[in-house]
Design a protein around this ligand. Structure first.
Ligand SMILES: [Zn+2]
Ligand SMILES: [Zn+2]
Length: 610
C-alpha cells in the first residue's frame, strides 16, 4: 500500500500508517474496504453539508476499522445527532451517486473552495500546479483518491457513526479545535455487528477499569504518569509470572543475574543506544564527584549491562551458549500523550535474557526461544498469533542499520531457514529490523480477538563486537559471539495488561490473587472457617476469609465480583460433616466435599495451571 495515497495521509500519525501496512500484510485484506471507508468519509461530509450548510471541512481519511472527518461546525453536535447524519448518508448512498475525478489548476481550486479555509490552506501547501478534486453529488473535496466509482458499491447497512471527539487542526494545539466524527465500516451488516459486539466486550474488559476494580495496580499523581504502582493483588500476579519464567528458564539452562537501574553515559555510547535512542531515554543525571563530572542515565534496556557480565571473564567455545536472564526494570521516556494504562508506560520490568552463542549454535538456540514462546502461548490459552520477521533495507544501511550488508543477509537467512525448517508460520516485513540485526515480533490476539504486539526476539550480530565480547574458539582464535535478545513474556506491564483483558479479570486459579474465599454463614461458624483458612494457608493456597457481619448473599456477590475461583460456604452442616460446600467460578455449586479432598483437588489444579 503506498503510504501517500491520499494527500491527507501525511497528516495521519505515522504509527497508524505503519500499523495499517502490517495489518494489510497479515490479513491480506482487500484494498476495497479501505476505499469504501474513505469514500464513506466523503459521504458523511456530504450529509453534514446538507444538514449544516456552514460547516467547514478539514480532512477525512480512512482509519483502522473505519473513517473520520474533522469539521468545524456552526454549533455543537450531540451523540443523538449522529443518527440523523446516518439516515442522510443512507439516503445519499441509495441515490447511486458517482465519484467524479478532475484535475484543476490551483487558481480554480481556490475558487471552488473559496468558503473552505482549511481546504484553501491545504491547496496552498501543495507543490503541484494542478490539484485533484472529487465530486460526489453536491459535495466537492480536495483529494487524491481512490474512491468507489459510485455509492452503489457501498453496503448501506455496513457502517455506523460511533464517536464525536475534539481534534486540533493538523494535530497542533495552537490551531483551532475541530469536531472529529468517527464511523466504522465493514462489507456487511454481520461484520459490523460482530465488530460492535467485540468493541462492547472489549470495553468491559478494559484493563484500566478492571485493574482498578480488582485492585491490581494504580497510578499516583505524586509518583508520576506512566509509573504504575503494583498493589498486593498485582504483586501476586507478578510473582507467579516470575516463578513461571524462572522455572522455564532454569530448565532451559539460563542463569539468573541482577543489574542496577542506572549506568554511565559511556556504556550507552558504546552500545550505540546513544545518541540515537536519546529521545526515548530519561534526561541524563550529571554528578560532580571529586572534581570530576560523570553523566549517568536511567537504564532503558538491560542488554549493555548483561554484556558487562558476559565480558567479565574469559569464555571458551566450551562455555557457550551463555544464557543470562533477568526480570530487569527499565525506564523509557514516552511522551505523556502516548502513555496508555499498562500498555505504554515509563517504567517496566522486562522478562529479559541474552543468549551468547557461536554461529553453529545459533539455529538451535533461536529455535529453543521460539519454542519457549509457543509453550507460554499454550499456558495462557493464546490460540492466535503471527510471527513477523523484520529485516533490513539496503537504503537504511549506515543510517538506521549497522553498515554490513553481508552480515545482515547471512543472519536473516539463518533466521528464515530455521523458521521454515521448523514450520513456524511467519510473515516477512522489510525495513523494520532493529539497528543491530533482524527480529521476530510476535502479534497475539486475546480471547475476543483484539491484537497485541507482545514480545520480540532479536538477533544481534553487531553490539557484542562494540563491547569487545569474545570467546576462544576451537582453533584458539578469539571470535565474537552472536547475541539473541528475547523477552517472551514481554514486560510485566504489557503482559498483565494483556492478561487482564484476555481473561476479563477472571484469572486462572494459579494466577488468581485470591484463590479461595471462605464465607461463614453466621457468627457461630467463624471459628471453623478460620481453622480452614489456616489449613489452606499451610498448603500454600491464597485464601481470604469474609467474616464481616453481612448477609450471605452480599458476601457471595462481593467475592464473585472479585472473580475469586472458589468460594467455600461454611454452616452447621459443613461443620458436622467436617466438610466444605464449594462454589466454583462460572460453574456455581459443585457440592459438599471433605476439606482434605478439596485441598488435593485445588493443589493439583494449581500445579497443572488450569
Ligand atoms: Zn477522498
Ligand atoms: Zn537486549
Amino acid at each position: 500500500m503506498p503510504l501517500l495515497k491520499h494527500n491527507v495521509n501525511r497528516l495521519r500519525p505515522k504509527i497508524k500508517v505503519v500499523r495499517l501496512k502490517i495489518l494489510f500484510l497479515i490479513k491480506n485484506m482487500a484494498d476495497n474496504i479501505e476505499t469504501i471507508r474513505h469514500s464513506l468519509a466523503h459521504i458523511m461530509a456530504s450529509a453534514i453539508q446538507e444538514i449544516y450548510p456552514k460547516a467547514k471541512f478539514g480532512i477525512g481519511p480512512a482509519v483502522e476499522s473505519g473513517f473520520y472527518y474533522d469539521i468545524e461546525l456552526p454549533s455543537a453536535i450531540m451523540p443523538e445527532d449522529l443518527a440523523k447524519i446516518e439516515v442522510k448518508m443512507q439516503e445519499l448512498i441509495k441515490k447511486d451517486i458517482k465519484f467524479k475525478k478532475s484535475k484543476v489548476s490551483k487558481i480554480k481550486a481556490k475558487k471552488i473552495f473559496a468558503k473552505q479555509p482549511y481546504k484553501l490552506e491545504l491547496i496552498k501547501e501543495l507543490k503541484e500546479k494542478e490539484v485533484t478534486i472529487y465530486e460526489s453529488g453536491s459535495f466537492v473535496d480536495l483529494c487524491r483518491g481512490p474512491h468507489v466509482k459510485s455509492t452503489k458499491e457501498i453496503p448501506n447497512d455496513g457502517f455506523k457513526l460511533t464517536k464525536i471527539a475534539g481534534a486540533y487542526w493538523k494535530g497542533n494545539e495552537k490551531n483551532k479545535m475541530l469536531t472529529r466524527i468517527y464511523g466504522v465500516a465493514f462489507l456487511s451488516k454481520k461484520e459490523l455487528n460482530d465488530y460492535l459486539t467485540t468493541q462492547a466486550e472489549a470495553e468491559k474488559r478494559d484493563h484500566r477499569k478492571l485493574g482498578e476494580k480488582l485492585k491490581i495496580f494504580i497510578f499516583s499523581e505524586l509518583v508520576g504518569p506512566g509509573l504504575p504502582l503494583w498493589l498486593p493483588n498485582g504483586t501476586v500476579i507478578i510473582e507467579e509470572l516470575e516463578t513461571l519464567a524462572k522455572h522455564m528458564e532454569k530448565s532451559a539452562g539460563y542463569l539468573q543475574v541482577r543489574t542496577p537501574h542506572i549506568a554511565k553515559e559511556i556504556m550507552y555510547k558504546t552500545s550505540g543506544h546513544l545518541p540515537y535512542y536519546a529521545d526515548s531515554m530519561f534526561p541524563p543525571m550529571v554528578l560532580q564527584e571529586d572534581g570530576q563530572k560523570t553523566v549517568y542515565y536511567l537504564k532503558a534496556m538491560n542488554c549493555p549491562h548483561h554484556h558487562q557480565i558476559y565480558g567479565s571473564e574469559t569464555r571458551s567455545y566450551r562455555d557457550l551458549p551463555v544464557r543470562l536472564s533477568e526480570y530487569g526494570t527499565c525506564y523509557r521516556y514516552e511522551k505523556s500523550g502516548e502513555l496508555f494504562g499498562l500498555m505504554r508506560v515509563r517504567s517496566m520490568q522486562m522478562n529479559d535474557a541474552h543468549i551468547y552463542c557461536t554461529e553453529d549454535q545459533f539455529s538451535t538456540e533461536f529455535m529453543a526461544v521460539i519454542k519457549l514462546y509457543l509453550e507460554y502461548f499454550k499456558i495462557f490459552g493464546i490460540e492466535k498469533y503471527v510471527m513477523r520477521l523484520s529485516t533490513h533495507s539496503k537504503e537504511g544501511l549506515g543510517k538506521k542499520y549497522i553498515d554490513n550488508e553481508k552480515l545482515w543477509k547471512k543472519t536473516e537467512a539463518m533466521v528464515r531457514d530455521v523458521m521454515t525448517k521448523e514450520k513456524i508460520p511467519f510473515v516477512e516485513v522489510p525495513n523494520e529490523a532493529a539497528f543491530y540485526g533482524p527480529k521476530i515480533d510476535v502479534q497475539i490476539w486475546n480471547a475476543i480477538g483484539r491484537e497485541f504486539t507482545l514480545a520480540t526476539n532479536q538477533v544481534d550480530f553487531a553490539v557484542p563486537a562494540r563491547f569487545n565480547l569474545t570467546y576462544i574458539d576451537k582453533d584458539g582464535k578469539e571470535k565474537t559471539p552472536i547475541c539473541i535478545h528475547r523477552a517472551p513474556l514481554s514486560t510485566h506491564e504489557r503482559m498483565i495488561g494483556f492478561l487482564i483483558e484476555h481473561y476479563a479479570g477472571a484469572f486462572p486459579l494459579w494466577l488468581s490473587p485470591s484463590q479461595v474465599c471462605i464465607i461463614p454463614i453466621s457468627e457461630k461458624h467463624k471459628d471453623y472457617a478460620s481453622k480452614i483458612k489456616n489449613e489452606l494457608a499451610k498448603n500454600g493456597i491464597r485464601t481470604i476469609l469474609k467474616d464481616e457481619n453481612e448477609t450471605l448473599g452480599k458476601k457471595i456477590r462481593e467475592a464473585e465480583m472479585q472473580k475469586i475461583p472458589y468460594l467455600l460456604i461454611i454452616g452447621d452442616k459443613e461443620i458436622q460433616a467436617e466438610s466444605v460446600a464449594v462454589r466454583q467460578r462460572s460453574k456455581g455449586d459443585i457440592g459438599m466435599t471433605k476439606l482434605s479432598d478439596f485441598i488435593e483437588k485445588i493443589k493439583k489444579e494449581i500445579k497443572e495451571k488450569i
